[in-house]
Design a protein around this ligand. Structure first.
Ligand SMILES: CC(C)(COP(=O)(O)OP(=O)(O)OC[C@H]1O[C@@H](n2cnc3c(N)ncnc32)[C@H](O)[C@@H]1OP(=O)(O)O)[C@@H](O)C(=O)NCCC(=O)NCCS
Length: 223
């Protein structure tokens, strides 16, 4: 999602929500996000203490170049985090913090927002601090997020947009099985220029088929 749905200028809530919950186990993601655990990464709900590390990770030129401008201060990130928790409670949006297994520091985020009522269709977006690019953190996090989105949130079609000029963003989407569906001409205003974007989608049936194929390959290698 190149365009982050958070609009600081429209957010009138002055207080920030202080959550120091480390692990929320819940059958309903609207009341608290379950931890998604992989080999290399653990994805968890955002908390206020993530504001400073996320400010450090996500405001560099190379990370922010092709996405909506992230909040420009630590306080701005605190307001963003409080907003994400309210949207999650409303059931229209989730934002996960990416952490490395065994470390609690947030190094990136994955967002999913409803684009059709009932979460039939949703759009996702992600940003990871550049020291962790090319390390496998993105791929494992994305696989965990896809499972959560299709299995737990019940999304049927997950869209993404990447500026045509965003080489890494396009490469990242292609390698996790997103299909290019078209070009949205001059659809994204960044630094005073209207940029073309590629529209991608992963549909639930394709995701299930590719997961089954991967499981069969693993099974065949073991036996
Ligand atoms: C998007 C992002 C999360 C991906 O994480 P990452 O660690 O860089 O992703 P990976 O390295 O696993 O995958 C990127 C792929 O694109 C490829 N790639 C890099 N530059 C490329 C280019 N100019 N053109 C095409 N592909 C490119 C890489 O080789 C890699 O593929 P490989 O693993 O098969 O070699 C990260 O780059 C990021 O946070 N970018 C800034 C935020 C952003 O643009 N988000 C929106 C994305 S739509």
């Amino acid at each position: 999602m190149e365009k982050m749905p958070f609009r600081p200028e429209l957010d009138t809530h002055m207080e920030t929500l202080h959550t120091d919950v480390t692990t929320v186990i819940s059958t309903d993601w609207r009341t608290g996000l379950p931890v998604l655990s992989g080999k290399q990464v653990a994805l968890r709900e955002l908390r206020q203490s993530d504001a400073a590390p996320l400010f450090a990770m996500l405001t560099s030129e190379e990370v922010a170049r092709f996405i909506s401008p992230p909040p420009s201060t630590v306080e701005g990130f605190e307001r963003f985090i409080a907003w994400t928790l309210r949207q999650r409670t409303a059931g229209t949006y989730v934002c996960y913090a990416v952490t490395l297994q065994g470390f609690d520091t947030a190094i990136g985020i994955f967002q999913v927002r409803e684009t059709e009522p009932g979460l039939v269709t949703a759009e996702w977006g992600f940003a990871i601090g550049s020291p962790f690019w090319g390390t496998g953190v993105f791929q494992e996090s994305a696989e965990l997020m896809l499972e959560f989105t299709f299995e737990t949130m019940g999304v049927h079609r997950l869209e993404a947009r990447a500026a045509v000029l965003n080489g890494r963003g396009n490469g990242a989407l292609l390698k996790i099985g997103a299909v290019q569906e078209g070009i949205l001409r001059k659809s994204f205003l960044r630094n005073g220029r209207y940029l073309d974007q590629v529209l991608y989608a992963i549909v639930e049936d394709d995701w299930r088929a590719s997961r089954e194929a991967a499981a069969e390959t693993t099974h065949a290698k073991v036996h």
